[in-house]
Design a protein around this ligand. Structure first.
Ligand code: ZN
Length: 164
């Protein structure tokens, strides 16, 4: 039994989301953020709940104790209330929710989408003259070593992370 915040609904594979516990208010949030994802999520078996008002009160109290309350949305409070009321671990990357959960003495885990958000691009860079070119679509899979020879100076070109 685990409570999933909206980041998990957005980024986790369907198999991981199935049987998770979520607040009904997250459906609205999800539909707004990603209508396509919303349709997929609605086809999965998810335990949608409306948190009991007493759970919401407790969630607000815990978040007030930790000082996070002013920054939490109603959806955040619902998610927190489910985790507190059901005494279930909460999966979230929101540090305010993590903080409030810890204040309540409950388990919290990251959704772990930080890696997915950090997108970078690769390019070919010449080891001789430093000229760069985009990675060709027909490039051979090769974890290390030169990819091709530079058209300007003939030195080997290596796969490098693109500088921004
Ligand atoms: Zn070169």
């Amino acid at each position: 039994m685990r409570v999933l915040d909206t980041a998990a609904l957005l980024y986790w594979p369907a198999s991981e989301i199935t049987h998770g516990i979520c607040s009904v208010s997250q459906q609205v949030e999800l539909e707004r953020v990603s209508p396509q994802r919303y349709m997929l999520i609605n086809s999965l078996e998810i335990d949608w709940r409306i948190p009991d008002p007493s759970w919401i009160d407790e969630a607000r109290n815990r978040a007030a104790e930790s000082g996070d309350l002013p920054r939490l949305s109603n959806v955040d409070i619902d998610v927190l209330a489910l985790a507190i009321g059901l005494n279930a671990p909460l999966y979230t990357d929101d540090y305010r929710l993590q903080n409030a959960m810890q204040m309540a003495g409950l388990e919290t885990h990251p959704v772990g989408v930080k890696g997915a958000k950090q997108v970078w691009q690769w390019e070919l860079r010449c080891s001789g003259c430093g000229s760069t070119e985009p990675v060709p679509a027909d490039v051979k899979s090769n974890r290390s070593g030169p990819v091709k020879d530079c058209v300007s100076c003939g030195a080997p070109m290596m796969l490098k992370r693109k500088k921004r």
